[in-house]
Design a protein around this ligand. Structure first.
Ligand SMILES: [Fe+2]
Length: 297
């Protein structure tokens, strides 16, 4: 049996994956605007769709204590009642007041330039469709549950919200420097699969973890994966896994640390990382380098 299905992985997806697969992205792109945003068309959701959302939400909510960071738990209620797939405009209204962010509907994965441009404008793209009941434990592309439940609560945190905008601005620049692959690793290992150290222990803040029933306990409690202290260049040299749970997680001390470490211009960073990869190679998922600061569970 495929390990993904066995463990119920619902992984995050790096923005660079649009258009690189062997099939077109799922979703109705015919009605999307030039910037790839679209109307949510809330009335189109069926009772089965709402039920799927409610069941996913309920299952994940029960798993949060002791595993998700406090900032996430404090904000998840901002999504509103779990009985219905939230209306994007209602969530946006609350988000706009809190941190100046909005969420916008998209048909699914969008090209990286469009993705970066939306983030830089403090707009988070949320896929409008929800997985089928038979995809309850595993969906290949991110759906409305992953995007809303996984990503939106932390956009209510002012520091993390600023980090996401800076990431979008950095992405637009990376496109010009042909460095999107390195920058995608930052997204993957922070926004999707990041852990944070707290006085109570390790907690998850990455959306790929928080929206996954299997990876949430795995990331925080399992002795299997390596948990390495966040380092920008180390992270950019590191490969990641897309078809099973992560073998390495990077641990930040605070969102401020993440913001500060990624605030400077990445142009020299990309050059140094490329030179280092040329000399020493990439770091494999699960590999630990000599002298690294690791976190135990
Ligand atoms: Fe995601």
């Amino acid at each position: 049996m495929d390990r993904r299905f066995a463990k119920g992985v619902n992984q995050g997806v790096a923005p660079v994956t649009y258009g690189t697969g062997d099939r077109p992205p799922r979703g109705d792109y015919a009605n999307a605007r030039a910037d790839y945003t679209c109307e949510q068309q809330w009335a189109r959701y069926t009772e089965a769709d709402h039920d799927t959302y409610r069941r996913l939400y309920t299952r994940q909510l029960q798993q949060l204590p002791g595993r998700a960071c406090d900032e996430f738990i404090a904000a998840v209620q901002q999504l509103g009642t779990p009985d219905r797939i939230p209306r994007f405009d209602a969530v946006s209204e609350r988000l706009l007041k809190a941190t100046g962010w909005q969420i916008v509907g998209v048909p699914g994965l969008i090209p990286e330039e469009a993705f970066f441009a939306l983030l830089a404008a403090r707009k988070f793209p949320v896929t409008d469709w929800i997985r089928k009941p038979e995809e309850f434990d595993y969906v290949v592309e991110p759906d409305v549950f992953h995007d809303l439940f996984g990503h939106v609560p932390l956009l209510f945190n002012p520091v993390f919200a600023d980090y996401m905008q800076a990431y979008g601005a950095g992405g637009l620049k990376a496109s010009r420097l042909d460095a999107c692959e390195l920058l995608a690793r930052l997204y993957w290992y922070t926004v999707e699969f990041g852990l944070i150290a707290t006085p109570q222990g390790l907690r998850a803040y990455g959306a790929g973890i928080l929206s996954s029933a299997g990876e949430l306990p795995h990331s925080v409690h399992s002795p299997e994966p390596q948990r390495v202290a966040f380092g920008l260049q180390r992270l950019m040299r590191s490969r990641y896994r897309i078809d099973t749970f992560q073998a390495t997680y990077f641990v930040i001390d605070s969102f401020q640390q993440l913001f500060d470490a990624t605030a400077p211009d990445f142009t020299p960073v990309y050059a140094e990382v490329r030179a280092r990869i040329e000399r020493d190679g990439e770091v494999e998922a699960g590999q630990v380098l000599p002298g690294e600061r690791l976190f135990a569970v």
